[in-house]
Design a protein around this ligand. Structure first.
Ligand code: CDV
Length: 309
């Protein structure tokens, strides 16, 4: 048995006016709690330091850049990184990254128990739109504020396993998990901010959205025989509800822990990474059963094209 005790640290809402220092205090409380329950890895949500700012339409660079981090760790997050290192706890942390060249990404990093950044990921599948859309119930401007990630879906050996990351909307795409599955991933960590209602389909409420969220995480876990740890930012941010549904999913696709509130909440589970072996070696055994000669369209074509009538 290769046991990795993982904390899935859900955050309740962060209001637009809440300073990062206050959020870091909340993250540190969750970190301490996770450590107290034996965790050596804590997974925090997407854009964990601020409100989900892509719902707000902004034009000026200065206004936009105020939501971004120019380095990580920085003055505000240093206490979190220091405490995680002291406790010997690794972290997945999502934040908005502004590079020295002025590029903007929706990013996550993974630290090891020594506090070193061992993996970086930049969100590939960016939902939403670029311009203000008056027909939507609310805005989702990720395509305005971020470039698509340019790092692919890397994995790293860390914390005793093969670790991979993605961010929010990425979890709905089978390609996300499969590219990491082909690198032997054993833990896929992800953070998310998902509105409780669909901005373009009012009839799609929280139950339907939770169903699709669970379905995506559970199928990704099962089909690649990997643990999936999904940490929500939840609750009502300045009048905009986000659902919760933080999950820990085992390599059989079963949910072993799920959040019960829309507040700061911690799930902890002792994940046996050796449980990934049966699915990888026996059920799916990619090397023996995959037929890549038939998968060309996956990389040749982005959009679906039905045959001519
Ligand atoms: N932050 C996200 O990527 N949210 C999307 C919403 C907009 C559908 C998600 O897939 O949850």
């Amino acid at each position: 048995m290769r046991k990795l005790v993982i904390g899935c640290a859900q955050l309740g809402p962060i209001q637009k006016s809440e300073p990062r220092e206050m959020v870091v205090t909340r993250l540190m409380a969750l970190l301490e709690k996770a450590h107290g329950q034996g965790a050596t890895l804590v997974v925090f949500p997407e854009l964990a330091l601020t409100t989900f700012f892509p719902r707000w339409y902004m034009e000026g660079d200065a206004e936009v850049d105020a939501w971004f981090e120019r380095e990580m760790p920085n003055a505000v997050t240093r206490p979190l990184f220091d405490r995680a290192r002291e406790l010997g706890v690794g972290m997945y942390l999502g934040y908005a990254e502004l590079t020295p060249e002025g590029r903007r990404f929706n990013t996550s990093i993974l630290t090891n128990t020594a506090g070193e950044i061992v993996l970086k990921y930049r969100k590939v599948h960016l939902p939403g739109h670029v311009e203000f859309d008056p027909d939507r119930a609310f805005q989702h401007l990720e395509k305005r504020y971020f470039e698509p990630g340019d790092l692919g879906f890397p994995v790293a050996r860390a914390l005793g396993g093969v670790m991979g990351m993605c961010i929010c909307n990425d979890r709905r795409w089978p390609e996300t998990y499969r590219v990491m599955g082909l690198q032997g991933v054993e833990v896929v960590m992800l953070g998310f901010n998902t509105p409780s209602v669909n901005s373009q389909k009012a009839s799609e409420g929280p139950e339907a959205r939770l169903f699709h969220h669970r379905l995506s995480c559970q199928s990704g876990a099962y089909q690649n025989s990997t643990w999936v740890i999904a940490a929500a930012k939840a609750g009502v941010e300045d009048g905009h509800p986000l659902f919760a549904g933080s999950l820990i999913v085992d390599p059989d696709g079963q949910i072993v822990a799920e959040s019960e509130t829309e507040e700061d909440e911690l799930l902890v589970h002792a994940c046996d990474l050796d449980r990934c072996a049966f699915g990888k070696d026996t059920i799916f055994d990619f090397a023996r059963h995959r037929r890549v000669e038939h998968y060309g369209l996956i990389t040749q074509r982005a959009g679906a094209e039905a045959p001519p009538e």
